[in-house]
Ligand binder design. Sequence first.
Ligand code: G6P
Length: 604
Amino acid sequence: MCGITARVGVGDSSESLVATLENLEYRGYDSAGIAVKNGTGLKIQKREGKVAQLRDAVSENRIEGELGIGHTRWSTHGAPSDANAHPHVDCTGRVAIVHNGIIENHDALRRDLEADGHEFRSDTDTEVVPHLVEDALDAGADPEAAFRAAIAQLEGSYALAMIHEDVDAVFATRTGSPLVLGIGADANYLASDVPAFLEYTNDVVYLEDGDVAVLTADDFRVTDLDGVDVTRGVETVDWAAEDAGKGEYDHFMLKEIHEQPKSLRQTIQGRLDDDGGVRLEEFPQGTFDAVNRVHFVACGTSYHAGLYAESLFGDWNVDAQTFLASEYATHPPAIRDGTLVVGITQSGETADTLGALEVAEDAGARTLALTNVVGSSAARLCDDALFIRAGPEIGVAATKTFSSQVAALVLLGERIARDVTGSPTPDAEARLDALMDLPEHVDTVLANSQAAEVADRYAHEDSHFFIGRGSAFAVALEAALKFKEITYEHAEGFAAGELKHGPLALVTETTPVFAVCNGNNEAKLESNVREVQTRDGPVVGICPRTSDALADTADETLTVPATHPDLVAILANVQLQLVAYHAANDLDRPIDKPRNLAKSVTVE
Ligand code: G6P
């Protein structure tokens, strides 16, 4: 969490720094700030609140400079306030720093610095850095050497960018937090994530842990911590600037829900064989011959994609289990020979997931990142990577990336199952054919959905339950997560059969229950629905158009096109994304930036 940016180039940087921060706001939005350098030293503007507040402050009180740094914050140390907003400066105001991550030894460093007379102005862990730089400058180091001297004393995870009033360069480094350079025609950029500067350039340089970069208006240099040059190539990303904008939609979330036909096509494109198999360039036949079990590690929505895949892999006779990454990192299961550990992570930067993957690597497991972000930490950490190709996702609530994760896991599962069991999965041809048709089916759901009306009816109820079995259970959990994170109303997902073992006690006429049917075990789900109705709970069935059992029993239904049972729940999830979206809209919530949350959580 937290987003950092920098720009150095021709013309004023302050406007583009604010614009890049707006693009990064999904990473944190409790305060924001910029620092620019001009002939009269460093000028800083920072504000508690959203980047819009910073924009107002900058337009009321213009600051200009050809070079600058910016930050949008998600607090970890110190409450959101003007004082705790970044950039932070040293005692003299000659050095300004922005930081993403956590400096674990900040207490000890601060004690020493304060004992030496340094005056701190914030409660943040970050502020130790400019004071450490100041010490090194006072001892005679030049700004680059002082920056290196400071980072040599830090423990924890950090991406840092620094400017000094006497130097026309931005100094930056990363360890455990993402940082990418953007190489433009008349300016160079630096940011936590590529969408920040897509409107200026598509040419990027991914930095590695331990890199130190010096960015000037027309050049960049990358070295290791000891100052030895390292080569980092320029890559061109194929994301377009429009992909990172809201377009005609009121919210990124709604835009991204509607992008699902396109993103699913991108996920699948070129990965299905004419003869009914999968063609994953990265993973030719035999790649997974030595695998005998799969562990999925993930958080949030990505965890639910793992649960979805686990339910399918089991049907295909592949031993698969899904773990919350934070638990796996601290209480790992036995990791035996032949275990493939798949980290599912949209951003590729979630600290908990990276922690779990590191545990897996240490235990000698083979690791694979299933991610949306080329060049992300997960992609670079793992032995292999499979990209979901969903395009940038800005809304904090993940939507299109869930669908693409599940689609990619269906493809990966087919490859793994064929290697592990020696034969295609049962029903492979029908499933893969249905996968080809999935984007069109999502289009149909989007064009005909009654989700807005359903949301209007139930948005204000006390509690919202979501139930399902197998892949529909994974979607019940995902739908409840979506609902609670953007409406702030209570929502829980349950395995449909488990409702009667406790949660049923909570069901009343003010507890709408959304029952997700994937076309399997319909009679059992119908019984569970009747258990709810007997307690006066209203039931909304989300089911294929052909599912008479649920359509006849539920109080109302949101239907989806009939397709292969393994894929139905992806369509049901689209309906439930819309229910959550419209309920949050009715309740006037800040849909793209729910309170207390951030899209990319880079702390444990
Ligand atoms: C955060 C976000 C969730 C997301 C989770 C995992 O908690 O708010 O929406 O699902 O991180 O993110 P990842 O990038 O690893 O998929």
